[in-house]
Design a protein around this ligand. Structure first.
Ligand code: ATP
Length: 342
């Protein structure tokens, strides 16, 4: 649905140049909720601005529903923009207009007649659960209600894609949850493709099907959310994932033991496999559970176990091979010193 090919963006001014995007390639399927995460300055906003046609890429292309949009101008550009819904961190509502009038605005701009506007806005107010707030001004609404108006406004022209720029970053955790639930409902009801950029990995964990992690203008890792959360490869990704899945290791000095501390992650029914007894029985590796956690990635159970493996290097290595063959995620967190008995 959205295909980003070799996208680069170079910001130039008199004194310096910033390469905000470096050869970004992404393929976002129709009906998917796709999350882009990265720390501040990674290039997320620049990327979304290239998709919503506010910014022109320096090179490369953005294709939406088969149409190359990066070079559109004039009427074609305006028409395409109308089919891209966008919601923002600070809602960007017009303070002098009621909720109803804010939602009606894109329809007025598109020249829709009054009767149609009334029908559509009423339907959208119902969809976002704000039928009783039609006549309220933004200053009379809570943050969550304002974002609901923002979502209704973004859907007014029946967009092909919905872009969310840090849409929940200004909201408290409960309100964030209700907005994410609403986005998920809309995605399911209309099979709408949603692209979310965020620095909050928990947003991605809640609702995204796929994810890309950005750093210094590049996509450093991308794939299905379950794979990224269970088998993160890059350090930045590991840090993000750790922040929502892992508790701190207890502060024990493991350095004098014949031991390795590993994090094993598993999805869904794999949690039922008796891996710990297998390690002890089949590999002569004693196993202590240091911590365990079951979480959900978009509703799918996802577990992490931090284990201390005690045994000889070769037994521990065989045990790790076994864990990998079981298709479990495996990451060595600490490597203890091995005292040879020979
Ligand atoms: N209009 C601009 N002119 C010059 N440099 C820019 C411009 N917009 C962004 N940059 C630079 O491009 C890089 C990427 O910025 P961008 O805003 O895309 O990152 P981000 O991941 O969205 O960060 P944040 O989460 O802080 O918004 C940064 O180094 C930033 O300073």
């Amino acid at each position: 649905m959205i295909k980003i090919t070799n996208l680069t963006k170079l910001y130039k001014n008199k004194s310096n140049k910033v390469q905000a995007l470096k050869n970004v390639n992404l393929n976002i399927e129709k009906g998917e909720i796709f999350g882009i995460a990265g720390y501040s300055g990674a290039g997320k906003s620049t990327l979304i601005r290239c998709v919503n046609l506010i910014e022109r890429p320096t090179s490369g292309s953005v294709t939406i529903d088969g149409i190359e949009v990066s070079n559109l101008t004039g009427k074609e550009l305006r028409k395409t923009r109308q089919k891209i819904g966008m919601i923002f961190q600070h809602f960007n509502l017009l303070s002098s207009r009621t909720a109803y009038e804010n939602i009606a605005l894109p329809l007025e701009i598109a020249g829709v007649d009054k009767g149609e506007i009334n029908k559509k806005v009423t339907e959208l107010l119902k969809l976002v659960g704000l039928e009783d707030k039609a006549e309220s001004y933004p200053s009379q609404l809570s943050g969550g209600q304002k974002q609901r108006v923002g979502i209704a406004r973004a859907l007014a022209n029946d967009p092909k894609i919905l872009l969310c720029d840090e849409a929940t970053s200004a909201l408290d955790p409960d309100t964030t949850k209700s907005i994410l639930n609403l986005l998920q409902d809309i995605n399911e009801k209309y099979n709408l493709t949603i692209l979310i950029i965020t620095h909050e990995i928990k947003v991605i964990k809640e609702i995204c099907d796929s994810v890309a992690i950005m750093e210094s203008g590049k996509v450093i890792e991308s794939g299905k959310a379950l794979d990224i959360f269970t088998k993160p490869k890059e350090d930045v990704t590991k840090n993000f994932v750790k922040s929502v899945t892992e508790k701190e290791l207890p502060s024990i000095d493991y350095s004098g033991y014949d031991t390795q501390i590993v994090k094993v992650s598993f999805i869904g029914n794999k949690a039922k496999d008796p891996i710990i007894s297998s390690l002890i029985k089949n590999f002569n590796v004693d196993t202590n559970i240091i911590s365990g956690n079951i979480d959900h990635i978009k509703g799918t159970p996802f577990g992490t176990l931090v284990l201390e493996l005690i045994g000889s290097d070769s037994d521990i290595n065989k045990a790790k091979e076994y864990l990998t063959e079981k298709d479990l995620g495996l990451e060595v967190l600490k490597n203890g010193r091995h005292f040879s008995t020979a």
